[in-house]
Design a binder for this molecule. Structure first.
Ligand code: SAH
Length: 212
């Protein structure tokens, strides 16, 4: 039986599961997920599942990409910091929705592969570097939005400090892979407000840069 799913089926599934922002759905529809996957997994590009991308890392589940993108509330005026470029899939979905994205990845090989894809897709508003994203990107701060796609023990203060007042950070919190929550943090004059967006499963945010 051939169970290969196409992008229209994936979009219908995401809408059904609560991704209702038409701009977000359109952005997902515009990104060919197969180019972010290693050959053995390309045929499964439009299944609503996380898949391996090498270096023990995963491309996020499309539903989670939709949820995080929707929760980030970006506009074409927004400057975004992304921690954990990975395959570059989430970055590519955000690209048409915001003004500029600064994205950091600690695995040189994943960074290099993502850069090739950004060029291939002619995405010109992405600046990607190899580095430890838990330190943020002080030279470019403050950011109106921060998207972290690896799980932290707690909201990193360094990142909170690089978030503009009124800015939003989306981040998975919890080191136990089976007990993580997606959190939306809004920076206020006094500190920060947090909202729980549900259970998720992400690889951990690790310190330092990985070996090539
Ligand atoms: N958003 C990605 C999936 C990210 S998986 C996608 O759509 O494909 C999480 C990524 O975060 C991994 O690639 C991992 O190497 C990276 N990562 C973990 N800790 C990091 C850190 N401190 N700085 C930068 N990247 C980090």
């Amino acid at each position: 039986m051939n169970s290969t799913k196409n992008i229209a089926q994936l979009i219908a599934e995401l809408r059904n599961d609560g991704i209702t922002d038409p701009a977000v759905l359109k952005a997902i529809e515009g990104v060919p997920r197969e180019i972010f996957l290693p050959d053995p997994f390309k045929s499964r590009a439009y299944e609503n599942v996380a898949l391996p991308i090498g270096r023990h890392q995963t491309i996020s589940q499309p539903f989670v990409v939709g949820l995080m993108t929707q929760a980030l509330r970006v506009t074409d005026r927004t400057k975004v910091l992304e921690v954990g470029t990975g395959s570059g899939y989430q970055t590519s979905v955000l690209s048409p929705l915001c003004r500029r994205i600064y994205s950091i990845e600690r695995h040189p090989q994943l960074h290099d592969e993502a850069e090739v894809r950004f060029k291939q897709m002619s995405l010109t508003n992405i600046t990607a570097i190899i580095g430890d994203g838990s330190e943020g990107w002080p030279q470019q701060a403050p950011f109106e939005r921060i998207m972290v796609t690896a799980a932290a023990e707690d909201v990193p203060l360094v990142l909170l400090e690089q978030l503009a007042i009124g800015g939003i950070m989306i981040i998975p919190i919890g080191v136990d892979e089976h007990d993580q929550r997606l959190v939306r943090v809004t920076r206020t004059e006094e500190g920060a407000e947090t909202e729980d967006l549900g259970a998720v499963r992400f690889v951990p945010l690790l310190p330092g840069v990985a070996d090539k």
